[in-house]
Design a protein around this ligand. Structure first.
Ligand SMILES: Cc1cc2nc3c(=O)[nH]c(=O)nc-3n(C[C@H](O)[C@H](O)[C@H](O)COP(=O)(O)O)c2cc1C
Length: 167
C-alpha cells in the first residue's frame, strides 16, 4: 500500500491514542486534524443544549470550520491514508469533513477507523467517503472501543496486511 500517513482528529484523546499506536506499529508518519478553534471541555458537553457541539449537531452550516493546517506536509508522497475519528451522535466528528473536502485524494487509498463509547461504525465511513474527491479506493472501516488495546489494533493491521500477525 506504499507510503502510509495516519491522519486523525481527536477531541478527548482516545482516537489520538489509537492513531499513535497505529503509526508506531507501522513506523508511519502521523498528522493531527486541528480546528483553528479548539474544542474545550465545555464545548463538548452534549447534555448542554447551548454547547458548541450541540449547536453544530443541530445546524449543519455551523460545522464548517478552518483547520490549523489543511494539507499535511509532503501530501503527494503518501499512497495510503489511515483516517481516524471519534463517533459523535452516530456519525464521524465533523472536523474531519473540512480535511476531506479540502484535500485532493487522487490515487490514494483511504482506510478509516473510528473510536466510540459504544456505537458501531454505522454509516459514518460511507458518509465521509462522499466528501473526498478522486481517491483510488475507500476501504471499509473499523470501529474500536475508546479504550482499545494494542492487541486489537495490531490484529486489524494484520488483517490489512500492514503488519505481520506472527510475533
Ligand atoms: C459530542 C459527543 C458525541 C458523542 N456521541 C457518541 C455516540 O453517538 N456514540 C458513542 O458510542 N459514543 C459517542 N461519544 C463518545 C466518543 O465517541 C468516544 O469517547 C470517542 O472515543 C472519543 O474520541 P476522542 O477522545 O478521540 O475525541 C460522543 C462524544 C462526544 C464528545
Amino acid at each position: 500500500m506504499g507510503k502510509v500517513l495516519v491522519v486523525y482528529f481527536s477531541a478527548q484523546g482516545h482516537t489520538k491514542r489509537v492513531a499513535e499506536m497505529i503509526a508506531g506499529e507501522l513506523g508511519a508518519d502521523i498528522f493531527e486534524i486541528q480546528p483553528s478553534e479548539p474544542y474545550y471541555d465545555e464545548d463538548l458537553d452534549w447534555t448542554d443544549n447551548g454547547s458548541r457541539v450541540v449547536r453544530e449537531h443541530s445546524n449543519e452550516a455551523e460545522r464548517e470550520m478552518e483547520l490549523v493546517q489543511l494539507r499535511p506536509d509532503n501530501w503527494a508522497e503518501y499512497d495510503t491514508i489511515i483516517l481516524g475519528y471519534p463517533i459523535w451522535w452516530g456519525i464521524a466528528a465533523w472536523p474531519v469533513d473540512a480535511f476531506l473536502r479540502g484535500n485532493d485524494f487522487t490515487n490514494k487509498i483511504v482506510i478509516p477507523f473510528a473510536t466510540s463509547h459504544s456505537s458501531p461504525l454505522g454509516d459514518s465511513d460511507r458518509l465521509l467517503a462522499a466528501k473526498a474527491s478522486g481517491m483510488r479506493e475507500w476501504r471499509e472501516g473499523i470501529r474500536f472501543s475508546q479504550d482499545a488495546g494494542e492487541d486489537v489494533v495490531k490484529a486489524w493491521l494484520g488483517e490489512l496486511g500492514l503488519v505481520s500477525s506472527e510475533e
